[in-house]
Design a protein around this ligand. Sequence first.
Ligand SMILES: Nc1ncnc2c1ncn2[C@@H]1O[C@H](COP(=O)(O)OP(=O)(O)OP(=O)(O)O)[C@@H](O)[C@H]1O
Length: 233
Amino acid sequence: MDPGPPVVIRGLNHWFGAGEARKQALYDIDLTIARGSLTAVVGPSGSGKTTVLTLVGCLREVQEGSVRLLGHELRHAKPNLLMLLRRRLGFIFQAHNLHDSLTAIENVRMGLQVHGAMDPRREIEAAGHALALLGLADRMDYLPANLSGGQKQRVAIARALVGNPDLILADEPTAALDRESGSNVVDILMRLGKARGTTTIMVTHDGRILDRADRIVTLEEGRIVADTAPFAG
Ligand SMILES: Nc1ncnc2c1ncn2[C@@H]1O[C@H](COP(=O)(O)OP(=O)(O)OP(=O)(O)O)[C@@H](O)[C@H]1O
């Protein structure tokens, strides 16, 4: 059976703060994301990009409107469902949040452990494969302190991919990467989209990604002001 689009957003509004300080961050967002696609979200600082990403990622409560994620409505969803859904997502956020006391491969293994116990040998194999995919085969046993900013970011990306997520949510994932590793990350995400149907939504201003994204959604002051598919037709 066709599982339908992984993300369907309708009439989404969001506010921060309370009382006098209450401020609307999103206005009436409608967005349907196709399975296996790579969507770039762009817009000026404060336009609501991260807010959209965190709502789709079950990291904030949906206040008004509807967000359907992998076939499940998030508004009023029970904590248990949100937890199960979060396990099907891969997060790549700016602050890469690696554990300083764990090596690269141990950090990537953490990305598998949310799924419950697995044969340790298989875990190590999967984590090693993900690191190799990101060009870090020779850095597996390094601690984060001994890796460059770009290498740390690639470890964080490997950790997001290792669990085979249905949807990857990324916030400026290539900002710390040089030209070649940035392109490599885009290649990997595009390949996963084609091979496994993995969907990616990514906040980015990186031209290397914008040139190749399936779709570019532009936000301004909490509203979608442009939605283009650069290569459609
Ligand atoms: N935790 C919060 N508390 C109060 N206001 C917030 C909070 N998070 C975001 N906002 C406000 O909501 C609006 C949208 O913020 P958001 O972080 O989604 O924008 P953004 O487009 O991701 O910006 P940037 O590119 O700077 O990361 C902004 O006006 C911001 O100040």
